[in-house]
Write a protein that binds this ligand. Sequence first.
Ligand SMILES: Nc1ncnc2c1ncn2[C@@H]1O[C@H](COP(=O)(O)OP(=O)(O)OP(=O)(O)O)[C@@H](O)[C@H]1O
Ligand SMILES: [Mg+2]
Length: 223
Amino acid sequence: MSLIKLESLTKIYDIGGNKFSALNGVDFELQCGELIAVVGMSGSGKSTLMNIIGFLDRATTGSYFFSGYNVSHLPEEKLAELRNTKIGFVFQSFFLLPRANVVQNVMLPLFYRGVPLLQAKEIAMQMLERVGMRYLANHRPNQLSGGQQQRVAIARALVGNPEVILADEPTGALDSKTGDEVMELFTDLNRNEKRTIIIITHDKEISHRCQRTVTIKDGKLYP
Ligand SMILES: Nc1ncnc2c1ncn2[C@@H]1O[C@H](COP(=O)(O)OP(=O)(O)OP(=O)(O)O)[C@@H](O)[C@H]1O
Ligand SMILES: [Mg+2]
């Protein structure tokens, strides 16, 4: 069974009465343990697709199956629950909380799930160890380089043990060497821990390091 299956998915944005079709019938299947790149030019619909896959938004028409369940018409609370438990997000601009230190940032998803603080801290420290950032646990995000911040964001994405990591242009704000190191971490997490990872990028270098690449163009997906 596929972890993710999309059938004839469309997304139509309504901008002041004008309709804009950002996804035009997307079919897609993803198995557990895959590392896949979604590539496409700016405006092609990558983030729109990622937001739907990550339960941040809904499709206009079509079906979305997650672990075999049709999640297309779930109420908002259920979507939020799936978002919080099944998906780990990594974004181009890290989105770390500036006033919290590194370990507090990583603990956050566990905090929302009601995990006791001491236990949450222990798990967060393990994740920081995993991404090589444990030694910076008490630093603030603004004391870290971009690559270090992205590693912390990846630790935060991993901490709740999600079924899939969704990374939207995770290397977009990094220089190429740092971006390479972050990609190395993703490939390592996939290879050695069988993490399922979707990386959205418009960088061909990044996609070449994934097992599979799909291309999105004008809201349509091509294998
Ligand atoms: N909330 C919205 N309301 C209206 N139109 C939107 C909205 N979000 C995206 N769009 C439009 O949908 C299209 C796809 O946008 P999307 O953000 O998915 O592109 P993208 O492939 O992620 O681009 P980029 O590489 O620049 O991040 C664009 O034409 C965009 O203007
Ligand atoms: Mg985008």
